[in-house]
Ligand binder design. Structure first.
Ligand code: HEC
Ligand code: HEC
Length: 210
């Protein structure tokens, strides 16, 4: 067997194990127990809590939740100097003991009810719609998320959190780590929003989506 095919076989075995892990280990009941610690900041229904700077996590897709928890855990997010909110989240992700515990947590988050968040900002929705045309490429026409391009759902997220994350990408507090390939794709996109008003406008447009 050539060296390449051995590697390929190894990759296939790993992929099979990874998918088995997801298929068999996810236990929402066990996830509910671990979720108790998350409740303190994200709320009992994952609805988010602006007073604690913690976003809504209910309604987010499993692949995106998994990626963010892994980024925080590995230190590719929440380690940039000045990222005070990311630094609050990082130890929480580090407390998730293994992949099975992470899958259980995600399975539980997927069971939480999804309600529209409170609108907290204003902007020029028409101008925001024009700016959003670019965003639609990766986040979908209704900001519903596009797994193939790695762009998460934005519709239904807390508007103040969207603004903060856009600024984090702009300031290099997110998308800075060599292993964060999806963050690196988003970083230059945030810079297309030239000022705070442009960010408010696009966020106001996202608020207007179903
Ligand atoms: C001490 C408060 C706190 C606790 C407890 C906490 N988080 Fe967080 N979490 C945050 C903050 C603050 C952020 C936002 C970080 C930022 O602004 O970049 C966050 C962000 C996240 C994100 C990223 C969301 C996104 O769309 O980018 C996920 C996923 C998440 N938390 C899941 C969890 C889970 C699961 C738990 C329980 C194991 C948990 N959090 C416990 C404070 C907390
Ligand atoms: C080239 C594809 C691409 C385009 C275009 C793009 N994004 Fe993103 N965006 C991403 C990816 C990928 C992520 C997830 C990064 C990660 O996993 O950490 C992301 C993440 C985000 C987040 C963080 C969401 C969260 O829950 O933490 C916000 C906010 C965001 N994008 C807004 C925008 C806006 C507004 C535009 C248009 C100005 C835009 N994006 C254009 C790919 C893109």
């Amino acid at each position: 067997m050539s060296r390449v095919s051995v590697l390929e076989l190894f990759a296939l075995i790993l992929a099979t194990f990874a998918s088995l892990n997801i298929a068999y280990a996810a236990d929402a009941g066990a996830g509910k127990i671990s979720y108790a610690v998350c409740t303190a900041c994200h709320g009992a229904n994952g609805e988010g809590n602006p007073a604690l700077n913690s976003p809504k996590i209910a309604g987010q897709e499993s692949w995106y939740l998994r990626r963010q928890l892994e980024l925080f855990k590995s230190g590719a997010r929440g380690t940039a100097p000045g990222d005070i909110y990311g630094m609050q989240m990082r130890p929480m992700a580090m407390s998730i003991v293994d992949d099975a515990a992470m899958e259980n947590l995600i399975a539980y988050i997927l069971t939480l009810p999804v309600n529209p968040p409170e609108v907290t900002l204003e902007g020029d929705v028409a101008a925001g719609k024009v700016a959003y045309a670019l965003c639609a490429t990766c986040h979908g026409p209704n900001a519903e998320g596009l797994e193939q391009l790695g762009g998460p759902r934005l519709a239904g997220q807390n508007d103040w959190y969207l603004v903060r994350q856009i600024n984090n990408f702009k300031q290099g507090l997110r998308g800075y780590h060599a292993s964060d390939i999806f963050g690196a794709q988003m970083k230059p996109m945030a810079s297309t929003l030239v000022d705070d008003q442009a960010t408010l406008n696009v966020t106001a447009y996202i608020n207007s989506l179903p």
